[in-house]
Write a new protein. Sequence first.
Length: 147
Amino acid sequence: MIVDKIRKAYDIEEKAVNSYVHALRVLKLQGMDMKDLEEVIKKVAIDTLIHKELMNGVLKAYEEALKKDKEVMKDIEGLRPSVSEKALMVKLLKDHLIIEAEMIEFYRNLAAGLQYPVLKDLAEALAKNEEEHHRLISDLIKKYEHQ
């Protein structure tokens, strides 16, 4: 099951973080002058810590999405909007287009300011996901405006 795989990724990342931190401590205690090794281990340890926390968030988000998916589908199954409801839907969808545009811009700006590449890539991926939302909502608006 995918949830188990996400949990395993979290556990592996946690183990790796602990290992990298331990390695840094050993280097320090030994008084070794290996700045290049220290810098690489520090960078990888920080990235791994970010990965671990992302997996924790992914797990929570995935479980919540599965729960919401069932709820949303149950709530909208078999609905057939009237003409006035379609007009209201178009208005609400247009309001959401504004929100999606703001989120696209926000994530692009966030990505530009992030120091860690993995988080920068994540923010850029979120911006692309928001662009997809914008496109999907725009397509829905066109569909309901022409019905």
